[in-house]
Design a protein around this ligand. Sequence first.
Ligand code: MG
Length: 135
Amino acid sequence: MKVLIVEDDPTTSHLMKHVVGQHADYLHAENGQKAYDSFCDALEENDGFDLIFLDIMMPIADGQEVLQAIRDFEEKNGIVQGQGVRVVMTTAIQETTSIYEALASGASEYLTKPIKTEKIVQIIEDAKQKATSHE
Ligand SMILES: [Mg+2]
């Protein structure tokens, strides 16, 4: 299980790395550009991520832009819609439009900050089960 944590806030990053690190291998990207580059590199090396926690509010490229770019890259690489990486948006925005936008772009679900540890673990365990049942 390989997880990409995309988060610019140091406090949230620290929490996520701590929790995710107990259950999976992870890479942390602190902005959208790094997140996109890491995602593409991993996919091209045939070692793609199984799960991405993607912050919406970030400098350079926000989570919505990153998600769209990831789906475009997957499509160019022959990954059909619905078979792409599982993406969980994380956001402090309670604004429903941004949540709808993310889900429309192919996010699996979203987490509202402050993020609960148990919820992160539950999502990772769920992703692990789905990964096993696809084998
Ligand atoms: Mg942020």
